[in-house]
Design a protein around this ligand. Sequence first.
Ligand code: BGC
Length: 735
Amino acid sequence: MRVAIAFALLAACAVGQRRGGAPPAATGPWSNSALTPDQRADLLLRAMTLEEKLQLVHGLARGDPAAARSNGGAGFVPGIPRLGIPDLQMADAAVGVTRGAARGRYATLLPSTLALASSWDLKAAYDYGALIGRELRDQGYNMSLGGGVDLAREPRNGRNFEYMGEDPELAGWMDGEAVRGLQAQGVMGDVKHYAFNDQENGRNVLNVVLPDRRAMRESDLLAFEIAIKDAHPAAVMCAYNQVNGAYSCENPYLLNQVLKKDIGFQGFVISDWGATHSTVKAALAGLDLEMPGDTYFGAPLAQAIAEGSVPMARLDDMVHRILRSEFAAGQFDGRRTDQVPDIFSGLATARKIAGESIVVLRDSNTVLPLDAGRIKSVAIIGGHADVGVLSGGGSAQVNPPGGNAVAELSPPPAGGRSRGGPSYFPSSPMRAIAAAAPAAAVRYSDGVDLAAAAALAHSAAVAIVFCTQPMSEGRDAPGLALPDNQDALVEAVAAANPRTIVVLETGGAVAMRWFGQVAGVLEAWYPGIGGGEAIADVLFGRVNPSAKTAVTFPARDADLPHPTEFHGAVAPGSGRGRGAARSFDVPYDAGLEVGYKWYDAKGITPTVPFGFGISYTHFAYGNLKATLDAGGIEIRFTLKNTGRRAGSEIAEVYTALPPEAGEPPKRLIGWQRVELAPGEARDIQVEIPARRLAIFDVSRDDWRTLSGTYLIEVGTSSRELALKAALPLQGSQLP
Ligand code: BGC
């Protein structure tokens, strides 16, 4: 009988621990939700044994029967039923919840985060994160592995679609808002991959060489700093690569100094999967949680604690950080239930954000928007546009409902990350275009046979070529050109029909040697489950485009800081070959000149500059005033919609620092999205905190504002800044 009761209790505990959903069964003084997360974590820590503490700082040990409780996500850390500490159920969720196929679960695929960044819409970013947070919670996860904010400084990087573009202010704020929205759902968020994981080829061994701390702090680390201060994420994931000779997950400058001390990050540092390389070194440098197993933070850490090479206080700090993040996310309070995600609201949100993130890069002779009532015939060519839209691969791969929309491409293995071909989602642009223009004859060519595609284009009133660039974690693009002969396809079609429009579904920027030969270009990125419809919305003007590129589109590889990507001994495509290849250096010798700052500084004209995007209406800027105020500076100007359609303009504010600062020609310091009716004018006010004018002063190891004259520039893109005002400032005048 006693055995039976004990068994039943154990089973109840196990149920109580399942899938991060149920409230903790055990209570104690730490259960008082009136206390702060730090106070509660301290109380709970005091009740823990050494073994229990050690159990919390690594992923699943081999053979641990607790594995049965895993929800099937990328990561699992068993909790401690005795104390009511919940299991950590982690899912990759950069652009939607992943690994649904294995358990027959649906998740909304959102547009890529680079697409989201192109909306410059903080509210959209919050909604994006909130949707993912809700779906994680619905599916029994309590932690997300998303929040990618490495700068897109290497346009060939396979993971740019998971990041937020090349500017630290834009990336940092957009990422911060997405993580804030996610965490507001009671799910723990992370920000990754800290730091400088800016290319995939050789990522497990490469060494980023950027000794100039100012260039570090003003580029990728600034994006992290902004996001972390905005969102207070539960975790920060340290990256695979080395930075200045030390692996990111055992790099005291990155972890202890910048992240924990300077930025004041209070959550825990989680290693990328297999990115831990040591026990004592990593523990002392600031790593708090090894994932996904226990190679270094299992028995070796227990031994290091016993020997005193890792102080007990450090272990307590690791556990405190993990627990305080769980308390802050409400993991110990309240009951949550699994449920089916609301696919209808998910679809609506995905389509709306896609509409805000599709950038019109070219509109020659106002070929756009297409007139749905008058157009007689449309040729749709390439990109599997008859059936669906492309998605990004790797650990961020969301599984398409019903399997890959392109049947002949291999589906991702159930339950694992995609190693197969690219996945298409069943949101057919062709179907959406046919629905938008019911009187038009809409015909499709797959674009493989150039002559057939050109003939179809010739026979139609307008030709729309869909170009795709499948990108994935673990490998970079060999160059900026589109793969699979698609440049030749565009040229053949453009030669056959002057009304040729190209729709790009790419991971990031690509070179477009045919840019001047086509009438229109839309960058749809990976547009998500509502992508086909959103593309049609923009093509036919049901949505007036407002997005602006979050990355520069260089004309050619030769214009990049490094025309060829560094591979070292690692062959292209073998980015996951951990330990298999020797380390090699990737010099970040462009220093402060990241993204548009490089092209500005070198006087190189890109095909499409940063911050560029065409609207179907026109905006006029006027009356710029820049003044000092309590928190920094205040920018005022007028913005008028001079066209005949309602539209939204992203007004961008840049500054050129005084020459003594030694900065690139300009930096983005603020922006505002403004919706205006036809003919409407408005006074716009943008508050710029003083920090955005500061430089990182290495001698003082702190930010500093220099005295001198700041040129304030306001306009519609980084290269079209109609308004300029000089603002003399004393550094001491600013907080
Ligand atoms: C990726 C991470 C991901 C982890 C878990 C790693 O390969 O770099 O972004 O969260 O796997 O799937």
